[in-house]
Design a protein. Structure first.
Length: 202
């Protein structure tokens, strides 16, 4: 069962959960120049939902402030490449996921332990999976050592999604079966609409 979101946590405190490739593509697009604000006019290739995910993730990493103004670390990241970018990503990774310490050591932790830490941070439902997927991809680019329990194929996909096994809204359980020979053979009472014409015939 998923733990409820901790009270008092802002949405921006949830770890990044935009697709990691979207984040990388966005940073690469800033090589020509970082704008004064990150708003929809500079994110025209993205849908409204993806724009919202990206901006929430940028705030979570403190790459932009509450007014969507790019911070110095975003300027440096956009201008860097190769080993220089990897070093910046490693620094960014360390600050973004500092909430995991000391309870979670990424070199040895398990998928369940990691998921619990993200839930405690405020993620819920499918956002937990998205947040962890972003973290694992960023760790690879940043050269961060990860537990083999996290990186083996299917390690984080075997868990049932939130709500699995629950009855879906709008669907009802089928009626219980009745043993042969015990069915009620009486004809059902016909439905008679209570219209004015019907009442007049009484």
């Amino acid at each position: 069962m998923t733990t409820p979101q901790a009270p008092g946590l802002r949405r921006d405190s949830i770890p990044p959960y935009v697709p990691y490739r979207t984040f990388v593509t966005f940073v690469d697009s800033l090589r020509a120049g970082v704008p004064s604000h990150i708003d929809k006019s500079v994110l025209t290739s993205m849908s409204g939902g993806v724009r919202a995910w990206l901006k929430a993730s940028l705030r979570a990493m403190e790459l932009i402030d509450g007014a969507s103004v790019p911070q110095e670390r975003l300027h440096r990241l956009a201008a860097a490449d190769g080993a220089s970018r990897q070093r910046l990503l490693r620094t960014l990774f360390t600050s973004t996921y500092s909430f995991l310490l000391p309870a979670v050591d990424l070199r040895f932790t398990t998928p369940a332990k990691l998921e619990a830490a993200f839930v405690a941070r405020g993620a819920s439902g499918d956002t937990v999976r998205k947040s962890i997927a972003f973290m694992l991809a960023m760790a690879k680019d940043a050269g961060v050592d990860l537990s083999p329990h996290l990186t083996k194929r299917g390690a984080l996909s075997r868990r049932l999604p939130q709500g699995a096994g629950r009855q879906r809204i709008g669907h009802t359980n089928p009626p219980p079966s009745v043993p042969d020979g015990q069915q009620d053979r009486r004809k059902p009472t016909p439905h008679i609409p209570l219209s004015g014409d019907w009442l007049a015939r009484l």
